[in-house]
Design a protein around this ligand. Structure first.
Ligand SMILES: NC(=O)c1ccc[n+]([C@@H]2O[C@H](COP(=O)([O-])OP(=O)(O)OC[C@H]3O[C@@H](n4cnc5c(N)ncnc54)[C@H](OP(=O)(O)O)[C@@H]3O)[C@@H](O)[C@H]2O)c1
Length: 305
C-alpha cells in the first residue's frame, strides 16, 4: 500500500459483521492505527451524545472515519421508523459534519435497499433511489445527510453481506441442513452477496486521498436468488465434508413471506463497474467468495490467504 498521511482510522459499529471484519483484516496491516467504537462506546440512537464522543477525539485532516453502524433489522425499522431515522440518518449526518469540519474523510456504508427492486438490470450509482421500506428510506436519508457535508466523503453501498463475524443467511441454511432434510428459500428475489473479507480488502482504496468522493457500489460479481445462494452454499459445504441432510433448496415466493413486516426490493443487484474500474480489476464472483468462506470455516481458519 502506498504511503499516506492518514494517522487514525475510526471504525464505527466495530461490533457488527462488517465493522468487526474491518477491525480483524486491517489489524494485519500494521501501518494503520485503528480506533474501534462499538455501540456501547458510541450510541447512534443519541445523536448529540454520539457527536460528543467523537468530538473528544479531536479529529484532524489526518483521520478517516468508516461508519458500519446501522439499525439493520429491516422489520424493526418498519416498526420504529423514528429510531431508524436517528441511527441510520441523523447521527451519521452529524458525525460526517464533524469530520468535514476537521477536514477528515468519512465513508458511510449503505445498502441496495435504497432501490425499489423493479429495474431489470443491476443498479448503477446514477440510478434514482426509491426505497420501499423505512429501513431503505432511513439509509437513503443517511447517504444524503453524509454527502451534504462534504464532496470528499464516500457512500459505499453493499448487499447481502456474509462473513464469519456474525451469522448470516449462508450460516443459517447450512446449520438447518445439519438436522433437517427440508430446505427452502426465496427464488424470485435477487441480489449479489458480498463477503466481508473482500469488502475489507476493497475498502482500502478509499484511504488514498486522491480517490474522488461520491457513491460506489461494492459486492461480489454475479447475481443470484436466495435459493441459488443457499443451494450453492450447501453444495460447497457438503463437498468440504459437512454432514448435511440435504443439498437442495426448494423455491419459495417473496409474496408468500407472510412474516415479513417491511416490503423488500425484488431485484436489487448492484452494478459494480464504477468501483472495479477504480480498483483496476474485476471483483471476484460470489461463488468464489462463498467457496472460500466455507473452506475457511471447515479448516478453522488455519489457511492464511
Ligand atoms: N447485512 C447485510 O446483508 C447488509 C446488506 C446491505 C447493506 N448493509 C449495510 O452494511 C452495514 C453493516 O452492516 P452489517 O451487516 O455489519 O450489520 P450488523 O452486523 O447488524 O452491524 C451493525 C452494527 O451497528 C450497531 N448498531 C446498531 N444500532 C446501533 C446504535 N444505536 N448505536 C451504535 N451502533 C449500533 C450494531 O450493534 P450491536 O453489535 O450491538 O448489534 C452492529 O454492531 C450497514 O450500514 C448496513 O446497512 C448490510
Amino acid at each position: 500500500m502506498e504511503e499516506r498521511a492518514i494517522q487514525r482510522i475510526f471504525i464505527l459499529g466495530s461490533g457488527g459483521r462488517l465493522g468487526a471484519a474491518l477491525m480483524k483484516e486491517w489489524q494485519k496491516l500494521d501501518c494503520l492505527k485503528l480506533v474501534s467504537l462499538s455501540r456501547s462506546e458510541l450510541d447512534f440512537s443519541q445523536p448529540e451524545a454520539a457527536v460528543n464522543v467523537l468530538k473528544n477525539y479531536k479529529l484532524t485532516e489526518k483521520d478517516f472515519i468508516i461508519n458500519c453502524a446501522a439499525m439493520t433489522n429491516v422489520d424493526q425499522c418498519e416498526e420504529d421508523s423514528g429510531l431508524a431515522m436517528n441511527v441510520n440518518a441523523t447521527t451519521p449526518g452529524l458525525l460526517a459534519q464533524l469530520a468535514a469540519d476537521a477536514g477528515a474523510r468519512f465513508l458511510h456504508v449503505s445498502t441496495d435497499y435504497v432501490f425499489d427492486g423493479k429495474l431489470e438490470r443491476a443498479y448503477r450509482e446514477t440510478d434514482q433511489p426509491h426505497p420501499i421500506s423505512h429501513y431503505g428510506a432511513s439509509k437513503l436519508a443517511g447517504e444524503e445527510a453524509v454527502m451534504a457535508t462534504s464532496p470528499h466523503h464516500y457512500v459505499a453501498r453493499v448487499s447481502w453481506v456474509f462473513g464469519p463475524e456474525r451469522p448470516s443467511f449462508v450460516d443459517q441454511i447450512i446449520e438447518r441442513a445439519f438436522t433437517s432434510d427440508q430446505s427452502a428459500a426465496i427464488d424470485d428475489k435477487t441480489s449479489s452477496p458480498a463477503y466481508t473479507k473482500d469488502l475489507a480488502e476493497w475498502f482500502q482504496i478509499f484511504l488514498q486521498p486522491e480517490i474522488d468522493g461520491g457513491i460506489y457500489h461494492l459486492c461480489n460479481s454475479g447475481l443470484c436468488s436466495w435459493r441459488e445462494y443457499g443451494e450453492y452454499a450447501l453444495q460447497v459445504a457438503a463437498r468440504y465434508g459437512m454432514p448435511l441432510r440435504t443439498t437442495s433448496v426448494a423455491p419459495l415466493k417473496l409474496s408468500e413471506m407472510k412474516n415479513f413486516i417491511a416490503q423488500r426490493p425484488q431485484h436489487s443487484a448492484l452494478d459494480t463497474t464504477k468501483f472495479s474500474t477504480l480498483l483496476g480489476k474485476p471483483l471476484r464472483s460470489w461463488q468464489e467468495a462463498v467457496e472460500e468462506y466455507i473452506r475457511l470455516q471447515v479448516t478453522g481458519n488455519r489457511l492464511q490467504d
